[in-house]
Design a protein around this ligand. Structure first.
Ligand code: PLP
Length: 300
């Protein structure tokens, strides 16, 4: 086994194999590259058009988190974008290869990218990039101020207009980043997207969970939003504790009337909302602490 490099960032180019490849060893399909040097070709469609899909997962003290759920979503995103199905065993091997070479302690961000490839090339390109996670300890404790923003779509958009690729985690995150800038302009830390007819979707980089009438609710992952891997872990934790959880449509009015709201994502983990659209919002910090303790204790 290679000694951990103890250095970040760490980048691995992957030669993606078809999903039905019978191969069981992948070492020669991985190539460590210097992250400061050019590694992709100019014709790369991920760079030219944002045409590809990605996943971001956390590694905590050497344990990659929710790998199965992330790879399932990568496959869903690829299918929505009509990319070749990713080879799950190869991606698992790439994650394991990287984790063996990363620092054994602390929180690390692993980004998996699977793009349509170069302009005239026959095959997708893939890579994995690991960086140190920002220190989210303070915000996990203090909570965040959120604003609701109109996503500009009606409820049911995924079924009506599948070419918008709703429900796929595509590389085209410029809109999500613009929404975060708009939230900052409005004096908030993060955003919650609403459909233009008033249903809650998700954050630009997170899943919404609220507690209403003693039930923990998340908007139904119907195709218009991503099915959050962190939210799935939190629901498992809540169910194991005997709490009621539910996926359903949530209106903006229900969000505003909730007795607590959280935004959940793979690296920042659980943060509670302390202000919504400029008004103080009730929070249950002890639940946030319990969610994050459960999330950080995951070993797979
Ligand atoms: N929704 C969007 C749009 C996201 O970008 C993310 C994560 O980046 C999430 C939800 C949360 O997903 P996960 O918990 O798997 O990180």
């Amino acid at each position: 086994m290679t000694a951990p490099s103890q250095t970040l960032p760490f980048t691995l180019l992957i030669d993606p194999l078809p999903a039905d490849s019978p191969r069981g060893h992948f070492g020669d399909t991985f190539r460590e590259v210097d992250w400061t040097a050019p590694a992709l070709r100019v014709g790369e469609l991920s760079a030219q058009r944002g045409d590809g899909v990605f996943e971001t997962l956390g590694v905590v003290d050497g344990h990659p988190q929710a790998v199965a759920a992330h790879l399932a979503r990568l496959a869903t995103s690829a299918a929505i974008c009509e990319l070749p199905a990713p080879n799950e065993v190869q991606w698992r091997a790439a994650i394991a290869y990287a984790v063996e070479r990363l620092p054994e302690q602390g929180e690390i961000v692993l980004k998996l990218v699977y793009s349509r490839g170069v302009d005239s090339g026959p095959a997708p390109t893939a890579w994995l990039h690991a960086t140190a996670a920002p220190d989210f300890g303070t915000v996990r404790a203090s909570g965040i101020r959120a604003v609701t923003l109109n996503r500009g779509y009606p409820h049911g958009v995924a079924e009506q207009t599948p070419w918008l690729l709703m429900g796929a985690k595509t590389l085209s995150y410029a809109v999500n980043m613009a929404a975060l800038r708009e939230a900052h302009r409005r004096g908030a830390d993060d955003a919650i997207f609403l459909t233009h007819d008033g249903f809650v979707l998700e954050g630009p980089t997170s899943t919404v969970v609220l507690r209403a009438g003693g039930v923990f609710v998340s908007p139904a992952p119907s195709g218009a939003i991503l099915h959050g891997t962190t939210q799935q872990s939190v629901f498992e934790h809540l169910q194991a504790a005997g709490e009621r959880t539910e996926y359903r449509d949530v209106t903006a009015d229900e969000l505003r009337a909730a007795d607590a709201v959280w935004l959940l994502s793979s690296v920042r983990l659980a943060v509670h909302v302390i202000e919504l659209d400029g008004r103080p919002f009730p929070a249950v910090p002890e639940l946030t602490r319990a969610f994050n303790a459960a999330l950080l204790a995951r070993t797979s």
